[in-house]
Ligand binder design. Structure first.
Ligand code: HEM
Ligand code: SF4
Ligand code: SF4
Length: 403
């Protein structure tokens, strides 16, 4: 993080050509959308503020409904389709829960994509926020993969086509494709073992999402991980309503040796498989890999401004003035980047206020983005940015007043 210290000459064109203009247009459009929504709901209820929280809510619904389905599901060629049919038609409320699982999955992906685009368009992926962005890309990839294996689990005709296409994608990966396909199949062809593997590939990445979420929040102070109760009730109600009105259905059971050619599309998870109508498997694997790499690179190459064109100078990592720190913890709560920890004070402070302290603030250098928020938070003048001292601020203010 850098702070403009010298007013100096106006920065050279800081906005990057067409990309910069597009991003600025998207930022303005996002803010205009917020303003329009605020005319209907008070600010705190703007659902777009809670896209991450809503994704969390849908994920929890997926886990709970998935647990229910798991107890009735049979991972075998002969049993998978029938067990799903039994859940839908034989188990009390089974059809509803299956529908809830399906619609929560779609809602999850929609919330995640809205969350991604909103953070992207409003520049909330830069500097220290590269951590939630990078972990977010992994969440997206894992979440998308879980959806695909979910459709395979039903083992209807669509699942059969998807599994064939998936094997084609795997085999097109140079070098490791064939061994990977064999591991996935668990033998020479599709067998009971394949269904067990698909079940594993559904549950294991889904569980990993929670580990990735821990990483996602690691550098965020006070993340809004849950939407307001109104939106929780509305979303849960809507999903149950949809599951009741339009029940989730599978197609015809998969038949050994059958070669079905088409499948009903689910836009949210199965788009790449549909695109295989025009793109060869190798091209699709390359395109998906490229998308992921570009997504991961966004925090580093996607800035709308060239740092060197911003006429800035480093403010320096925040420093605690040991003698003044009273251990009040205000900076610890205010630092948005979780860069301050409180440790047991090794000795009393020097100032009268700090004489009886039990805690001492310590700045984790690797996390500090030099934003200066803690300097404002500290009532005891115990924090400073070495490259941007109070006297610099006073001088700048004086210059601005004179100008
Ligand atoms: C399982 C999927 C995901 C869940 C449940 C989730 C959840 C959240 C939550 C609850 C927050 C805190 C929001 C706040 O305090 O305003 C957050 C922040 C963030 N997320 Fe996600 N997220 C997911 C996927 C993603 C993806 C796919 C991306 C982008 C690649 C992403 C990028 C970010 C960024 C950059 C922030 C920081 C925003 C800020 O500090 O204002 N997330 N996420
Ligand atoms: S300057 Fe202070 S508030 Fe900002 S990241 Fe560093 S420690 Fe946190
Ligand atoms: S706000 Fe100031 S006095 Fe309080 S813990 Fe942080 S550095 Fe110490």
């Amino acid at each position: 993080m850098t702070i403009a210290l010298q007013p100096g000459p106006a920065p050279r064109t800081a906005v990057r050509g067409r990309y910069g203009r597009l991003m600025t247009w998207l930022l303005r459009a996002t803010l205009r959308l917020d303003t329009a929504i605020h005319r209907i709901w008070p600010t705190d209820y703007n659902p777009l503020y809670y896209t991450g929280g809503l994704a969390n809510l849908f994920l929890l619904i997926l886990v709970l409904s998935g647990l229910f389905l798991f107890f009735y599901y049979e991972a075998s060629l002969g049993g998978a389709f029938d067990s799903v049919r039994y859940i839908t038609e034989g188990v009390p409320y089974g059809g509803i829960i299956r529908g809830v699982h399906r619609y929560a999955a779609d809602a999850f992906i929609v919330a995640v994509l809205l969350h991604l685009f909103r953070n992207w368009f409003t520049d909330r992926y830069l500097f220290s926020r590269d951590n939630p962005w990078i972990s977010g890309m992994f969440l997206l990839v894992f979440g998308g993969f879980v959806g695909v294996t979910g459709y395979q689990l039903i083992w209807d005709e669509r699942a059969q086509v998807l599994t064939g296409l998936f094997l084609g994608l795997l085999r097109s990966i140079p070098g490791v494709g064939d061994p990977l396909a064999r591991i996935f199949l668990g033998g020479a062809g599709v067998s009971d073992g394949t269904l067990v593997r698909i079940l594993f590939l559904h549950i294991a990445p889904a569980s990993t999402l929670y580990v990735l979420l821990w990483w996602h929040y690691l550098r965020l102070r006070h993340p809004k991980i849950w939407p307001p109760a109104t939106w929780v009730l509305f979303s849960v109600g809507l999903i149950f309503l949809l599951a009741g009105i339009i029940p989730a259905r599978g197609g015809e059971p998969a038949a050994p040796g059958a070669r079905p050619t088409g499948f009903p599309l689910d836009l949210f998870f199965l788009l790449p498989f549909w695109l295989l109508n025009w793109i060869p498997p190798g091209g699709m694997v390359a395109a998906l890999a490229l998308l992921v790499v570009l997504g991961l690179a966004i925090p580093y190459v996607g800035r709308r401004e060239h740092p060197e064109a911003m006429n800035v100078r480093h403010a320096g990592v925040a420093q605690v003035i040991d003698g003044n720190c009273t251990g009040c913890e205000l900076c610890y709560y205010d630092c948005p980047y979780n860069a301050i920890i409180m440790v047991s004070s090794p000795a009393p402070g020097l100032s009268r206020a700090a004489a009886n302290r039990t805690l001492l603030a310590v700045v984790l250098e690797s996390r500090c983005v030099e934003c200066g928020i803690c300097v404002g938070a500290c009532p005891f003048e115990a924090l400073e940015l070495p490259g941007f001292l109070e006297r610099d601020v006073k001088r700048l203010v004086a210059e601005a007043v004179r100008a």
